[in-house]
Design a protein around this ligand. Structure first.
Ligand SMILES: Cc1cc2nc3c(=O)[nH]c(=O)nc-3n(C[C@H](O)[C@H](O)[C@H](O)COP(=O)(O)O)c2cc1C
Length: 173
């Protein structure tokens, strides 16, 4: 599959089967996150792997979604490690870095037949308490993962993309 075919084929999976993700596949997914570019190569990603029923119960306390996932990656960045635009406005690259790290991982997962949904709708403070996340770590995303259930299908939003002329502009046009 070409990259564009892979990117088009991926969709947010919100129904997972109970088949666990094999450790070697999880390792590849995590490696894809490890090699992602980050600002100044500071590599501030700190990824908590959640894959037990007890951890899924804790996850349910901070996140309202019930996808029956068998695996979740709580993607954090260390705000003491992320690059800051110190010469100008001190903007923090952490969220952008995590966007790239997470994207690498969900696309690698898809290539392996493992579905995912990126979740931002969660209570970061509860997650911090439940999983003893250090204060310097900022929880940026939860990537719900697992093998898609047989009846999993893309949501209406998956195919609901604007015309490219609405989102891309040529300066001299
Ligand atoms: C930053 C971000 C946050 C998101 N948060 C949630 C979320 O909290 N819950 C959810 O069900 N989907 C969430 N999504 C998934 C989007 O709704 C989904 O990617 C979008 O509707 C396009 O559908 P598709 O992924 O199937 O192509 C999020 C996606 C992104 C990129």
């Amino acid at each position: 599959m070409s990259f564009i075919e892979l990117a088009k084929d991926r969709y947010s999976v919100r129904k997972f089967s109970d088949k666990p993700v094999e450790q070697e596949k999880l390792n590849l997914i995590l490696e894809a996150g490890q090699i992602a570019p980050t600002a100044h190569n500071n590599q501030p990603q700190r990824i908590l792997v959640l894959n037990t029923p007890e951890e899924m119960e804790k996850l349910a306390k901070c996140c309202p979604f019930r996808f029956q996932q068998t695996l979740a990656l709580l993607v954090c960045y260390d705000r003491e490690a992320s690059w800051k635009r110190a010469d100008f406005d001190n903007a923090d690259s952490g969220d952008i870095d995590m966007g790239i790290v997470g994207t690498h991982m969900i696309l690698q997962a898809h290539e392996l037949g493992i579905g995912s949904t990126w979740v931002m709708h969660f209570d970061a403070e509860i997650a911090r308490k439940e999983f003893q996340i250090p204060q310097a770590f900022v929880p940026a995303a939860i990537l719900m993962m697992g093998y898609p259930r047989e009846d999993s299908k893309p949501s209406r939003l998956h195919n609901d993309r604007f015309e490219i002329t609405k989102t891309v502009f040529y300066h001299n046009y």
